[in-house]
Design a protein around this ligand. Structure first.
Ligand SMILES: [Zn+2]
Length: 107
């Protein structure tokens, strides 16, 4: 039990660390949901290497499934937001595995 609790605390701290860049609360233009967006540090590093700003970030949610697209500047601040109704997901096992991995990692 103690080990499990420690593991849970570690996991929570890890998520908090990842979320420290989540300083953007935005309203989805399609459904009106208020969504806190955050970015994986690894992705931010890759974008910084590329130097292409603003970079697009997609947040999938809702029923029916749709997305909010955010354009993010070099300070991790969302500068523009849009809605995406048209979504297509490849039906192959590699994509499904990546989707599940992303699902378990909120950022
Ligand atoms: Zn929405």
């Amino acid at each position: 039990m103690v080990i499990k609790s420690t593991s849970r605390n570690f996991e929570r701290k890890k998520i908090e660390l990842m979320k420290q860049n989540a300083k953007n609360l935005h309203t989805c233009p399609l459904c009106g949901e208020k969504i806190e967006v955050g970015f994986e540090k690894g992705i931010l590093s890759k974008v910084a290497e590329d130097g292409n700003y603003p970079f697009p970030h997609v947040h999938l949610h809702g029923s029916p499934l749709h997305a909010m697209i955010c354009y993010v500047d070099r300070h991790s601040v969302v500068r523009a937001v849009g809605g995406i109704r048209s979504i297509e997901i490849s039906r192959d096992s590699k994509t499904f595995q990546q989707f599940m991995a992303k699902w378990s990692n909120p950022y």
